[in-house]
Design a protein around this ligand. Structure first.
Ligand SMILES: CC(C)(COP(=O)(O)OP(=O)(O)OC[C@H]1O[C@@H](n2cnc3c(N)ncnc32)[C@H](O)[C@@H]1OP(=O)(O)O)[C@@H](O)C(=O)NCCC(=O)NCCS
Length: 178
């Protein structure tokens, strides 16, 4: 028996709208409890889902509930953006970034994250941008996902933010395939 009671789940990726935010925040809560993402639970999760410098966003829906989420943001938000731009031979302004990517625990292992990233990649290309992202360099599922999908590791170094314990973790920056 699967998490879906044995039936094949029908997951659709659609452009994110205001009406999706409450459900997205509920999925995020499950992700935080399971994976510690985000590391610190935000006071206002709906606001956390809409940081400044966002360009677009998509959600994965299952029976009307959000089970996955991703944002396309300005490239300068990405850690180590300058090095990524050099690697891509473009200006930082010609980069876009991936942000707030997560998939609800019950919907994992079926390519939902890959589908969300594909949507962000297409939107970035339509804007004439190269797509970049940063990730906690812990060899975890997110790092494995990007490497499996052919993203190129550009660099890894101390993040521009600190953990609650004051430590500055390693953040790896990746450039999209193609
Ligand atoms: C990272 C994350 C987004 C991946 O989501 P996901 O939808 O499960 O990703 P995928 O389904 O594409 O891949 C997950 C696993 O399922 C496997 N998989 C994917 N499609 C599959 C399929 N059709 N059949 C069998 N296995 C499949 C993948 O090989 C992968 O295995 P691995 O972890 O051993 O490499 C999710 O784990 C998550 O939300 N983590 C917490 C938040 C986070 O870290 N976000 C990233 C911030 S940078």
């Amino acid at each position: 028996m699967t998490a879906y009671g044995g039936r094949v789940p029908e997951i659709h990726v659609v452009q994110r709208r205001a009406e999706h935010l409450k459900s997205a925040a509920e999925a995020l809560r499950l992700v935080h409890e399971r994976d510690g993402y985000p590391m610190v639970w935000p006071e206002d999760p709906v606001a956390w889902l809409s940081p400044g410098r966002s360009l677009d966003g998509w959600v994965a829906l299952l029976d009307g509930a959000v089970v996955g989420h991703v944002l396309l943001v300005e490239g300068d938000v990405v850690e180590h953006a300058a090095e990524v731009a050099v690697a891509a031979s473009v200006a930082v302004a010609q980069l876009a970034g991936v942000s707030r990517l997560f998939v609800a625990p019950a919907a994992r292992g079926g390519g939902v994250a890959a589908a969300l990233l594909d949507r962000a990649l297409r939107a970035s290309a339509e804007r004439g941008r190269r797509l970049a992202l940063d990730v906690l360099d812990d060899g975890g599922p997110a790092v494995r996902l990007y490497e499996r999908l052919g993203w190129a590791r550009v660099t890894s170094g101390p993040a521009g933010w600190t953990r609650p314990d004051g430590e500055r973790p390693q953040a790896a920056a990746y450039l999209s395939p193609g």
